[in-house]
Design a binder for this molecule. Sequence first.
Ligand code: NAP
Ligand code: F7E
Length: 327
Amino acid sequence: MRALITGITGQDGGHLAELLHEKGYEIFGLIRGQHNPRRQAVEAEFPYVTLIEGDLADPTSIVRAVEIAQPDELYNLAAISHVGYSFKNPTLTAEVTGKGVLNVLEAVRLAGLAEKTKVYQASTSEMFGGLDYNRPGRGYNEESLFHPRSPYGVAKLYGHWIAKNYRESYGMFVSCGILFNHEGERRGVEFVTRKITHAVARIKAGLQDHIELGDLWPKRDWGYAGDYVRGMWQMVQHGTPDDFVLASGETHSIEEFLDLAFAEIGIDDWKPYVQQNPAFMRPAEVDILLGDPAKAEGVLGWKREVDFPGLVKLMVAHDLNLVGAAG
Ligand code: NAP
Ligand code: F7E
């Protein structure tokens, strides 16, 4: 089996490359930029991945990548994925995170692979927006209304609908995973969970004395990325293309994340170590996200293995090792 992963340098790209390698796939990864600073790290960690230069905003480069890879499965994970950044670069976000999906789907068609290549599209819980919390206590599912609250969420919603449109119009196998937040040791330090665990480790090591964050009350449905890429693969192996929510079914505030992360280094009261900085607040916030993964669990047999405390523990342990403060 041959797979093409866009977003190979990202968190999910790394976990998925590992999973597909274990399963014996020949893996191709799309990498952007003349001199991508993450290239060396990817080459070192995943020597079995063949890198192909291309940019989601450049349609011809995607056609070329698809022609080279001739993939049985294409996982479209590339995106401008940071919600805060998308407010500052909304046009670029629309081009890459939104229209980039169209470029991928068209590339598959233009390469004559519409019947062969199964496509996975990385949709997101940010499409729900948290305002229309219409299933209290149970969480959003595949039937819930969308109300995105950021340029990122709006761009992803375009990607989601164009993916469904190609499924319906051309009979292509295109499945959309509506994934709630998933984190882990590969998460970028610009996201709140990793920012916290990295800072906690550095505080333990005496390398910094506080952390600056934005709003602490928003709640997220956090899971472990390794569990979620397994769900992506299961969606693509399913007999028919469809949409699936992957979520933990629990929601926790950033304050709760701080409680557990600081407890790992023996600090019960984190307040003296946290300062609020408006620079990390967003023009519109998603207050609460909670997902209902019943369909994925029932139809695909998907099950997460890492729970919320386990996630915080593994991230802090990883970062303590990273900064040399373990033990
Ligand atoms: P990530 O770590 O931010 O990775 C994003 C990837 O996209 C990076 O490899 C980046 O490459 C690549 N990329 C950005 N712009 C590109 C462009 N113009 N052309 C080609 N590649 C480009 O994201 P992630 O957490 O792995 O998430 C994977 C996907 O799932 C994303 O689409 C994200 O929006 C979506 N998603 C994530 C979550 C989550 O909680 N993690 C939840 C729901 C959905 P560079 O190295 O070149 O920057
Ligand atoms: O923010 C708040 C922030 O940036 C989580 C992406 O993978 O998941 C991710 O999007 C919450 C928000 O993730 C800081 O305002 C407070 O309420 O870690 P985040 P996100 O926005 O939920 C979804 C599902 C995706 O699809 C996205 O691609 O934390 N927050 N203080 C902060 N957030 C950040 N980044 N930095 C802070 O200092």
